[in-house]
Design a protein around this ligand. Structure first.
Ligand code: FE2
Length: 264
């Protein structure tokens, strides 16, 4: 028959259990890194880099890159991504900036390959705000929605003359958590976004310079954007005339979700 445990034995036993639990937690954390975070960083991020290299080496067209990054991003386990990039800390920091759009550069392991020339960031668009319609020259970007609902209206840029563009409406859709909206010189080059549904939108963005496949007549501003004012209504052929405008004009006319929702 075993002797009744003394207080010292109990205390010792509890300490052993606590130590074992501590080790177990440590081991589980190690496994979590090995089995969940590492695949995210070593597989997903490496695949993002591989796609970028293929794109820059012209093995992928801009359109093919857009299709591939959307498929790749759909496989990312969102909970792991959010914990890995310390989303709560970034969220508080970005929300503290106040209304409008803000971003913070984020580097994930595997996305550190300088030769791929990828920029990655967490981006916020405040509730009720819009990113006015704008285009880019030789740039490709993918926004993976982390939180909120991102309403995107996009246009293909079919003609580019000094001070003007001719746009073909290509998409009017809402993107939720885990979905990706992308743009390139091939498709959705001009775009206009709002944060929908009473909450800010957070996205994880991957951007990179494209091979210079096209020559454009309209230069970008220092942030790489060309703001445009689309005509309210389409031509008979379905295209939309758009005038190049400065940032403040664009912000005044299109900088709120209400403008976006009224426009057709
Ligand atoms: Fe853009």
């Amino acid at each position: 028959m075993d002797a009744a445990p003394t207080r010292r034995h109990i205390t010792h036993s509890l300490l052993q259990t606590a130590a074992t639990l501590g080790l177990l937690r440590f081991a589980l954390a190690g496994n979590a890194l090995a089995n969940t975070v590492r695949p995210l960083t070593e597989c997903w991020a490496e695949d993002v880099v591989t796609l970028a290299r293929d794109f820059r080496q012209r093995s992928l067209s801009p359109l093919q890159w857009q299709q591939a990054i959307a498929i790749l991003n759909a496989k990312v386990p969102m909970d792991e991504l959010l914990s890995y990039i310390d989303f709560n800390r970034l969220k508080a920091m970005l929300e503290a900036h106040g209304p409008g759009e803000h971003f913070e550069r984020v580097r994930l392991p595997g996305l550190e390959t300088g030769s791929a020339r990828i920029w990655s960031a967490v981006f916020i668009l405040s509730e009720g705000d819009a990113i006015p319609p704008h285009a880019h020259n030789n740039l490709a970007t993918a926004h993976l929605v982390l939180q909120g609902r991102f309403h995107a209206r996009t246009f293909d840029r079919v003609e580019d003359t000094p001070g003007r563009m001719l746009l073909k409406p290509s998409m009017d859709a809402v993107f939720g958590v885990g979905e990706t909206v992308s743009m390139s010189d091939d498709r959705d080059n001009a775009h206009w976004f709002i944060a929908e549904s009473g909450a800010p939108v957070f996205t994880f963005d991957v951007s990179m310079r494209s091979p210079e496949l096209r020559q454009y007549q309209n230069p970008t501003d220092r942030d790489g954007r060309i703001f445009v004012a689309p005509a309210d209504g389409r031509r008979q052929d379905g295209l939309v005339e758009a005038e190049v405008v400065d940032y403040s004009t664009s912000q005044n006319r299109f900088g709120k979700a209400a403008n976006f929702l009224m426009y057709r």
